[in-house]
Design a protein. Structure first.
Length: 260
């Protein structure tokens, strides 16, 4: 695909590649514009069960937004408003994607790159990775929604430390803070990420996607079951995957789930 993004598929796993390695995969406005279209197409593709988001190569996930185009695309408040709307739409498309998403982070994951990684469900990173959210270095203000994603994973005081300072968070500290979920040697990261993605594709997809939806409701502040969540849970008993799960358990064999 154009605009610095590639989409690759291998069975039930799709990979979205931020593909500007010469600039550490800096994210252009065109790339932000493409992401909602890409994720809409992947959601409509019943063959896709998990999406991995990564940067091209092993030096960077993404070094941030492409600052070289800021004078043109964020030169004043009007153009900045339009730009920010495209960024928000891209992050919403990833966060609101019905299927599981995994950010595979090699190296730098800074600014807008960190925003995209935080919009994913899970983040795996290598030991050389470093993270940073840097509006305080540029005179910018991070959006409330993007800030909430950061607060949800590291807590309010550490989010303030990251945002006030603009300092990089190195891999081991990122793991300790919960900014990433697993830390791997650089040579093992890709293999581990795709092994986990493959594992998720073997699980009951109604269960997986319902779990994602319910966790998102919890993050949005819901604390009690309502008609929607009760219906989601009860509906699972009418799926073929539930029947297959019970059969496979009784027959002492791996399940063969078919819902997609």
């Amino acid at each position: 695909m154009s605009d610095g993004i590639l989409v690759e598929s291998d069975d039930a796993i799709a990979t979205v590649v931020l593909n500007k390695p010469d600039s550490h995969n800096a994210i252009s406005l065109g790339m932000y514009r493409r992401l909602p279209e890409i994720f809409a197409a992947l959601e409509a593709d019943s063959a896709v069960k998990v999406v991995v988001v990564r940067g091209a190569g092993t030096r960077s996930f993404a070094s941030g937004a492409d600052i070289s185009e800021f004078e043109q695309v964020r030169g004043n408040s009007a153009s900045a408003k339009a730009y920010n709307e495209h960024v928000a739409a891209a992050e919403h498309a990833i966060e609101g994607f019905a299927k599981p998403t995994i950010a595979m982070v090699h190296g730098y994951c800074i600014g807008g790159g960190c925003g995209i990684a935080l919009a994913c469900d899970i983040r795996f990173a290598d030991e050389r990775s470093r993270f940073g959210i840097t509006p305080a270095k540029l005179g910018l203000v991070y959006s409330l929604e993007s800030t909430k994603r950061l607060v949800d994973v590291v807590g309010p005081s550490r989010a303030k430390w990251i945002l006030y300072s603009g300092q990089h968070v190195y891999a081991e500290d990122a793991l300790r803070l919960g900014l990433i979920d697993e830390l791997l040697p650089a040579d093992d990261l890709e293999k581990h990420t795709y092994e986990f993605a493959k594992l998720v594709t073997t699980r009951a997809q109604f269960s997986v996607r319902s779990a994602k939806r319910i966790v998102d409701l919890v993050l949005a502040g819901q604390t009690d079951d309502d008609e929607v969540t009760i219906d989601i849970r009860n509906s699972s008993f009418d799926t073929e995957d539930y029947a297959e799960g019970v059969r496979s358990f009784l027959e002492k064999r791996p399940p063969r789930f078919t819902w997609s």
